[in-house]
Design a binder for this molecule. Structure first.
Ligand code: TYM
Length: 334
């Protein structure tokens, strides 16, 4: 049976990139009753970068409300908070003991910080690197392997982590028997990387995001701020390098996208393009935004949904961890 799983780190407000890269494909997949799906708030992952408890709390609420407002069927999909599943950190430790340090040395998230330190001429190349950041892919592998996920919808930035999860699963299985299921990344090539306000990948770390549920006026204002080149309206425009086009394509249907390609070739003013983009994105988000506002005002309801999800998730994780412990020679609890 196909099992889909994906998570979002709770360090900020969910943005358009999270939506097209992970939330939208995940929700679409969860409508299929033949598929088992697990979606979660990666709050343990948020501790890697964020030591502000208020922010982690608020972000958890916002990310959960976003999934529900966008139409996640929480009766079919199992929707939970990572930290409500104590078996995950336990599996993380077991996997940590099976993972070569050399594998983690290659992880992008860690290497990016070291590279930054080197560029800045910092004496200690590991400055600012916690063990949490260093071994982050192992926690992510535990998230995935715990629920025997076969398909993991993610943006392109997460592909390496999926490869590492496969490696870790194979290494475990080689030693302890075929318990873990190596997962596969599912990346939508059309929308694998949405760029942000400044033309770089839209990311909380770059502060260039367009949050999903801004009030309409603010959404318009931010879209107007997306950086463009200075070519005049009549000049033909390149769709490949245009953030505006990239976001448009992620929200418009194929016909509209083809028509917009022609307009780019003929020349279109950036002002007009921004207005069209705003209208297109807003049309998709208008109804979910109203839902989101209701949900965010009702944290008790959101908590009840997450608690139901945690109970259902643990029906899987408790017995499976017991098998894993046994296989590794650790006495089962009880
Ligand atoms: P996070 O929280 O950075 O991002 C959540 C999801 O959104 C995707 N994404 C994007 N997609 C397209 N364009 C963008 N600009 C963009 N920015 C973000 C990400 O690829 C991701 O799919 N470690 C993960 C969370 C996680 C996880 C997991 C995911 C923890 N455990 C297990 C899958 C399975 C992360 O930090 O994603």
């Amino acid at each position: 049976k196909t099992t889909i799983l994906t998570g979002i780190t709770t360090t900020g407000t969910p943005h358009l990139g999270n939506y097209v890269g992970a939330i939208r494909p995940a929700i679409e997949a969860s409508r299929d009753r033949q598929v088992r799906s697990f979606y979660f708030l990666a709050d343990y992952h948020s501790l890697i970068k964020c030591h502000d408890p208020e922010r982690v709390n608020q972000s958890s609420l916002e990310v959960a409300a976003a999934w529900i407002a966008l139409g996640l069927d929480t009766d079919n999909a199992i929707f939970y908070r990572q930290s409500d599943i104590p078996e995950i950190p336990e599996l993380t430790w077991i996997l940590t003991c099976m993972t070569a340090k050399g594998l983690m040395n290659r992880a992008h998230a860690y290497k990016a910080v070291v590279a930054e330190n080197e560029t800045a001429g910092t004496r200690d190349p590991d400055k600012g690197v916690t063990m949490g950041l260093f071994s982050y892919p192992i926690l992510m592998a535990a998230d995935i392997l715990m629920f025997k996920a076969t398909k993991v919808p993610v943006g392109r930035d997460q592909i390496q982590h999926l490869e590492m999860a496969r490696d870790i699963a194979l290494r475990f299985n080689h030693h302890f028997g075929e318990l873990l299921v190596p997962p596969e990344a599912v990346v939508d090539d059309n929308t694998a990387v949405l760029t942000g306000l400044d033309g770089r990948k839209m990311s909380k770390s770059y502060n260039n995001t367009i949050p999903l549920f801004l009030p309409e006026k603010k959404l318009r204002k931010l879209i107007m701020k997306i950086k463009t080149d200075t070519s005049p309206p009549e000049a033909p425009k390149d769709t490949d390098t245009s953030s505006l086009f990239g976001i448009y394509r992620a929200f418009a249907d194929d016909n509209a996208t083809a028509a917009m390609r022609r307009r780019y070739a003929e020349g279109i003013s950036w002002g007009e393009m921004k207005q069209i983009l705003f209208e297109t994105v807003n049309a998709v988000l208008e109804a979910p935004r109203r839902q989101y506002e209701k949900l965010i005002a009702d944290p008790a309801y959101i908590e009840s949904v997450l608690q139901k999800g945690a109970r259902r998730a643990r029906e899987h994780s408790v017995p499976f961890l017991s098998d894993i412990r046994k296989a590794a020679g650790i006495r089962p609890i009880g």
